[in-house]
Design a protein around this ligand. Structure first.
Ligand code: C2E
Ligand code: MG
Ligand code: MG
Length: 734
């Protein structure tokens, strides 16, 4: 029976005790009614939000919590969303708002009540370092718009103070720096926080202008808020000063300021910049290094592809490329291309072994390269076949190669004590001007190979030319070009004169200066051979200026002897084309030798006018303007003689009989010559006929009205001494 009632009784007790606990808890809560306090969050260390929890904290929060607890409230804080505290007063979600210095009206105009003072908050002015002191009345003060209540209190305290409101601290500082306001006013505790910002180092707190404001909670004036404020006041009264000070000290001594990005940038900007630069430099160096390595690898690869691995000479492809480059770079050079191989190379390999054969090829390549300049190239086509592009500075070249390369190769095994003599067979192709225009390396190699076959057939010779004539010409050209400077010095080149006569009177009217060269090795050289060579080599001006000077020296001497003569000198088209100032040059000459300009006739060949009419006509006009006589030489030799007459302003035409009568039907030639003479006379241009070899020719010319003549029929070109004797003895009509 006892057992039957025990369990329900126990359960009843448990339920009762649980109910008692819950009632007790509820009564506990009802003993501490809750109030909501609206606070700003941007006034660290008075009000701010904890970074981690997002909860509102600060001196103001702590003071209010203390007061509320003392007053028997449980308090919660909410960050106000309104722009100003005045607006927040109208929001019924908050029971009280803080902080206020005094009671003000709400944004909607409701009157308010405030609590007792929670603490004295010191306010301070912040200015620029070099701030000019002014009285309070004159001061323009910047404040944050969010301090609306405070601004109103301040207006009550200092009615004349001019206050400018700003939305953010940055804006207000910018305005202070720009001089828009004289000082910024804010709670000192907030300053102590804000001025930790590195970029605000130029701002200073003005110690003299500190004043205090109250720090109260406020609410619109309602019965409920009256009750709350009254209750809170009891709590505030309970708070000791020591407790207040402890709270303030606690928050002002905490390290609450956290650097943001701009602070780091300001503080470490230079270091950051240096670090960025350093990083950039490192990146650039790394990229360059990578490029260099890549290039090096490419170069190695190219080297491997461009070179024959056995001997180190060029591969055939690289050779083709190199030859093209060289011929383009040195278009005026004499070159030959040789195709060489070793007679019975197979036998050497068989009898002495492949390694010995390879050694021989390497030796041959090495010897060849020793004597090659960077204007030349060598490649191994295959096996023992080598091709060389060789520059020909003189006829010595082949002999030198024989001495320096072929002989040591021939004796390679003999010097090692073996009996095998090596024989090289070479085919040589001398490049023609055409090969420089249309560069076809394979074609040149084919021609050299043709010559090589010829050399191979004949056991007595080791090399053969594809074009012997070309080779001879090349050698001769090299001889002429190389010998010129010394020939001019050593008197090998002389100026001869060919008299010009008036056929009717028989008088010598002038002379043409013609150069003669007695080459030390070759003997007498005709100008028709060496003049084109020197023109090609760009050296004709050296020769011509020598001839002109000699002619002027002779004229000067004759002038001093009282004999006034005229001399015609030849001017090469290359003299003008090379950019030489010819009129200037002639002017200097006649000044130096005290001649009158009409004593010098300048002959310019007709074909030159056809090639570069503008330049030639220009020079002709300048020469004539200076008083020199200009003659068109070799008239009739070109293809545009008649057309030329119209275009070119010369003083005299030199009709070349040689060109007009040397071939074809003589009767037709006569018709052409007489028509030309007639035309030239009708144009009013003077005329002289050259190349007159027979009395018939002279008479014919006379009958057509051309009296001035030059030719073997009268005189051949002669040395100056002979010419002087001749003209002194015959009575000249000059
Ligand atoms: P050119 O200026 O037409 O000179 C006339 C050439 O015809 C001379 O030849 C002269 O000796 C030759 N000659 C004269 N009368 C007769 C004749 O009746 N029959 C034949 N068959 N020939 C005759 P040369 O001296 O051999 O000169 C040849 C060319 O060389 C000249 O032709 C001229 O173009 C050039 N030359 C000569 N001396 C110089 C010079 O100092 N400077 C330049 N740039 N060229 C020169
Ligand atoms: Mg001439
Ligand atoms: Mg002539």
């Amino acid at each position: 029976m006892r057992k039957r009632y025990f369990l329900p009784l126990l359960w009843g007790l448990i339920v009762l005790s649980m109910m008692a606990v819950s009632v007790f808890a509820e009564t506990g809560e009802s003993n501490y009614p809750s109030i909501t306090v609206g606070v700003p969050s941007n006034r660290c260390p008075i009000f701010y939000q904890e970074e981690k929890t997002g909860e509102v904290a600060g001196i103001g929060v702590e003071l209010m919590r203390q007061a509320a607890e003392e007053a028997g409230y449980s308090v919660s804080f909410q960050v106000i969303q309104e722009e100003t505290l005045k607006e927040a007063l109208d929001n019924p979600a908050y029971d009280v708002i803080m902080p206020f210095g005094s009671a003000i009206t709400s944004a909607s105009g409701q009157s308010t009540i405030v609590s007792e003072n929670l603490m004295e908050t010191p306010f301070a002015f912040v200015t620029k370092e070099n701030h000019e002191k002014r009285s309070m009345d004159e001061l323009r003060v910047g404040m944050l718009h969010s301090l609306g209540g405070c601004i109103e209190t301040l207006h009550q305290l200092f009615p004349n103070l001019s206050i400018v409101e700003y939305d953010t601290m940055q804006e207000s500082v910018k305005a202070l720096r720009a001089g828009e306001v004289d000082a910024l006013l804010h709670n000192s505790y907030v300053w102590s926080y804000v001025l930790q910002k590195p970029s605000y180092q130029d701002l200073v707190i003005q110690p003299t202008a500190v004043f205090s404001m109250d720090f109260r909670a406020g609410a619109v004036d309602t019965a409920k808020s009256h009750r709350i404020i009254e209750q809170l006041n009891k709590g505030i009264a309970e708070m000791s000063d020591t407790r207040r000070q402890a709270i303030i000290l606690d928050y002002t001594s905490r390290r609450l300021y956290h650097y943001d990005f701009s602070d780091y940038l300001y503080q470490y900007g230079v270091i950051l910049l240096l670090a960025v630069l350093l990083f950039a430099a490192l990146v650039i160096i790394a990229v360059q290094k990578i490029h260099a390595v890549q290039k090096e690898q490419e170069e190695k690869l190219r080297q491997m592809m461009d070179h024959d691995p056995l001997t180190g000479v060029l591969s055939l492809n690289a050779f083709r490329k190199k030859v093209k480059e060289l011929l383009i770079s040195y278009p005026d050079s004499q070159y030959f291309l040789s195709y060489s191989n070793i007679r019975d190379f197979k036998f050497i390999n068989d009898s002495l072994g492949r390694a010995a054969g390879d050694d021989l090829l390497r030796f041959w390549a090495k010897k060849s390269m020793e004597y090659l300049s960077d204007r030349e190239a060598i490649c191994r086509v295959s096996g023992d076949h080598f091709v060389v592009l060789r520059y020909i500075p003189s006829e010595e070249r082949m002999r030198e190669d024989e001495e320096n390369v072929f002989k040591p190769v021939e004796n390679y095994f003999i010097r090692q004590g073996k009996t095998n003599r090596v024989q090289i067979c070479s085919g040589i192709y001398v490049l023609t001007p055409n090969d420089f225009k249309q560069i076809d390396v394979d074609h040149m190699m084919d021609l050299a190979l043709v010559a090589e076959k010829r050399a191979k057939e004949n056991r007595k010779i080791s090399y053969a030319f594809y074009n012997q004539d070309q080779w001879e010409k090349g050698k001769r050209a090299a001889d002429v070009v190389n010998a010129l400077p010394e020939a001019l010095q050593a008197g090998e080149i002389q100026v001869w004169y060919q008299p010009q006569v008036n056929y009717e009177t028989g008088a010598i009217t002038g002379a043409e200066a013609l150069c003669r060269w007695k080459h030390s090795k070759i003997g007498w050289l005709p100008p028709s051979e060496f003049v084109p060579i020197l023109e090609n080599a760009g050296l004709i001006f050296d020769l011509d200026s020598f001839v002109w000077e000699r002619a002027c020296q002779d004229l000067h001497r004759w002038n001093q002897q009282g004999i006034h003569r005229t001399v015609s000198v030849n001017l090469s088209r290359e003299d003008i084309q090379e950019g030489k100032d010819i009129p200037e040059h002639f002017c200097r000459l006649i000044q130096t030798y005290d001649l009158s300009p009409d004593q010098l006739h300048v002959e310019i060949t007709e074909t030159a006018y056809a090639e570069n009419p503008e330049l030639l006509i220009n020079t002709t006009q300048q020469l004539r303007a200076l008083g020199f006589q200009v003659e068109m030489d070799d008239f009739g030799s070109g293809y545009s003689s008649l057309h030329m007459l119209k275009e070119v302003p010369v003083d005299r035409i030199k009709l070349d009989l040689h060109f007009l009568t040397s071939s074809g039907d003589l009767d037709k030639s006569h018709i052409i010559v007489s028509a030309m003479i007639q035309m030239v006379r009708q144009l009013g241009i003077e005329l002289i006929s050259e190349g007159v070899e027979t009395v018939e020719q002279a008479k014919f010319l006379q009958s057509k009205g051309s009296f001035e003549m030059q030719g073997y029929y009268f005189f051949k070109p002669m040395p100056v001494e002979e010419f002087e004797k001749l003209t002194v003895s015959s009575k000249t009509a000059q």
